[in-house]
Ligand binder design. Structure first.
Ligand code: ATP
Ligand code: MG
Length: 552
């Protein structure tokens, strides 16, 4: 058992796995699968499922298959397949096999014929309206379709001709013959195959009939000898059907277990809705840093570890719930605190001239890259006669206990000297344009023998070499805590002010910032270089998260 596993009690799925291992079910083997439908990019909910499936296999010495559930030819695309593989790897997981449900079309077709042969499936020519009418309601038993009593031979002939493309779309379906009075509506002769003349992204135009989800999913699990097939709660009522197909076909007994979907505040979590945001250009793409997609979070500067830690912390629930996004941000902050290089960036520059500093002198200051990580070392930054500080770090008429810069007051410049404000220069309109300060000799950080005590430390950049950067500040994409649960269209709750673009002056070390490099802009927050950034010509940073923890 891993170290992580020892710290907390088992979740209910781990209990099931351990019980199965004790009873030597499946000869002590654990094989899980992650089965995305390649019809969109993965989001944080999928990340939860990935961490669960791959995490279980890792913990119990098993493996995980990546299976693309590509049985619906209409919505799927290889762009999505590639992004999904990328995202799973980025999260830190490896699959033992890459499979496609479409690889099983031949076997699934054979399974359907087997059911027909055993008198357990029939071709129905009813329209969908007629079928719906006969289906009944949870309180009222359904009625048999007039086609339910077709002979095996007739069913076999019709199904083969459906597959050969002889009938138009929607004219006939193949249904399992189960129980039109079942209390489980899904057991009232569910459709298992439909006619579709669509080009499939892998099988082309070979097939004119496609299996329904319920007929493909469990059998795919069984074909792969999946031991624990974990899915979300909306499939609880499908379990009976899952077991029925496996039992009637007499194939490997995979078992389905359900857990609660992850929902998070201030976002939406369905691929269909996320696709709308992309198509209607509310965001710049699937990887927009405001999106709850894995690629969006990556571009935002989230780390794989922070997402894995979040998934571990929220655990596995049996009831639907809404998780506060600030919990995720908490783990992001925690991991970035460990790994991010501390740098200086000034957002509202106020010029400071050090009057007693020699005209052309520059002096090297050594600053720690990351005090949380002794191995990260130091870097050198130049101090000179003109610098910029944050306009907000100066107050002409400060309140008591103001420890930043004020007229006649002193403050330490991070990694450099203590300076004292001697004179405030203003434009005609009264705006402060410049501060004239003097530095205190012998007060350099690390070698300070000035004997002067100052309480405030502020950040700065050297005017001679500061670089300009575009900084993208993000707020929540939605104004409502749970936009999907609100009345009306979820898009009515989009926060129009979720992106603000500002300029900043940054220290020259950032001219080397490659996309995805992570930084703490000290006293401000965590930032990441955007893929649009072209150092050293064009610098673009995304704000990942602020320094302060708002999670209670
Ligand atoms: P969506 O509703 O967002 O389109 P989906 O369930 O249709 O999601 P799939 O590609 O079918 O997406 O899902 C792949 C796997 O990820 C499934 O096992 C599914 O249960 C799981 N999954 C999807 N969304 C969530 C979520 N919000 N929380 C936990 N697991 C999820
Ligand atoms: Mg799905």
């Amino acid at each position: 058992m891993s170290e992580e596993g020892k710290e907390r009690s088992l979740n209910f799925i781990e209990e099931i796995v351990e019980r199965d291992l004790e009873n030597s079910i499946h000869a002590g083997r654990v094989l899980t699968r992650f089965p995305p439908e390649p019809n969109g990019y993965l989001h944080i909910g999928h990340a939860k499922s990935i961490c669960l499936n791959f995490g279980l296999a890792r913990k119990y010495g098993g493996g995980t298959n990546l299976r693309f559930d590509d049985t619906n030819p209409v919505t799927e695309d290889t762009e999505y397949v590639d992004s999904i593989k990328n995202d799973v790897k980025w999260l830190g997981f490896d699959w033992v096999n890459e499979f496609y449900a479409s690889d099983y079309f031949d076997e699934l077709y054979a399974f359907a014929r087997q059911l027909i042969r055993d008198g357990l499936a029939y071709v129905d020519d009813s329209t969908s309206e007629e079928m719906a009418l006969l289906k009944g309601t949870p309180a009222v038993p359904g009625k048999d379709s007039p086609y339910r009593s077709r002979t095996v031979e007739e069913n076999m002939d019709l199904f083969e001709r459906m597959a050969a493309g002889e009938f138009p779309e929607g004219s006939r379906v193949l249904r399992a013959k189960i129980d039109m009075a079942s209390s489980n509506m899904l057991m009232r002769d569910p459709i298992i195959y439909r006619i579709k003349f669509a080009e499939h992204h892998r099988t082309g135009d070979k097939w004119k009939v496609y299996p329904m989800y319920d007929f493909a999913h469990g059998q795919s699990d069984s074909i792969e000898h999946i031991t624990h097939s974990i899915c979300t709660l909306e499939f609880v009522s499908h379990r009976e059907l899952y077991d029925w197909f496996i039992a009637k076909l007499g194939i490997f007994p995979s078992k389905q277990y359900e857990f609660a979907r992850l929902n998070m505040t201030y976002t939406v979590m369905s691929k269909r809705k996320l696709l709308q945001l992309v198509n209607e250009k509310h965001v710049s793409g699937w990887d927009d840093p405001r999106m709850p997609t894995i690629s969006g979070m990556r571009r935002r500067g989230y780390t794989p570890k922070s997402i894995r830690d979040f998934a571990e912390r929220i655990g596995v629930q049996k009831r639907d719930n809404l998780i506060d996004v600030s919990l995720l941000e908490f783990f992001v902050r925690e991991d970035l605190n460990r790994v991010a290089i501390r740098v200086m960036a000034v957002f509202e520059p106020l010029k400071v001239v050090i009057t007693n500093w020699p005209e052309d002198k520059t002096e090297v200051c050594r600053v720690e890259n990351n005090p949380e990580d002794p191995e990260s070392g130091y870097r050198e930054i130049n101090f000179g006669k003109e610098i910029y500080i944050e306009a907000g770090d100066f107050m002409e008429e400060p309140p008591a206990k103001y420890f930043r810069l004020k007229p006649g007051g002193a403050v330490r410049l991070k990694g450099a000297y203590i300076i004292q404000c001697d004179e405030v220069i203003k434009a005609d309109d009264g705006r402060i344009t410049e501060l004239r300060c003097s530095y205190i000799e012998n007060s350099k950080s690390g070698e300070d023998v000035s004997g002067m005590k100052v309480k405030g430390v502020i950040h700065w950049v050297n005017a001679a070499e500061a670089a300009e950067a575009e900084v993208r500040l993000y707020d929540r994409l939605f104004k409502a805590e749970n936009p999907a649960a609100e009345e009306g269209d979820f898009k009515d709750f989009i926060n129009e002010n979720s992106l603000t673009v500002v300029k900043a002056l940054v220290e020259p070390s950032l001219l080397k910032a490659s996309p995805e490099n992570k930084y703490q802009f000290i006293r401000n927050g965590y930032f990441v270089a955007d893929p649009d950034s072209q150092p050293p010509h064009k610098l673009i940073f995304n704000k990942t998260v602020g320094l302060k923890d708002s999670w209670k």
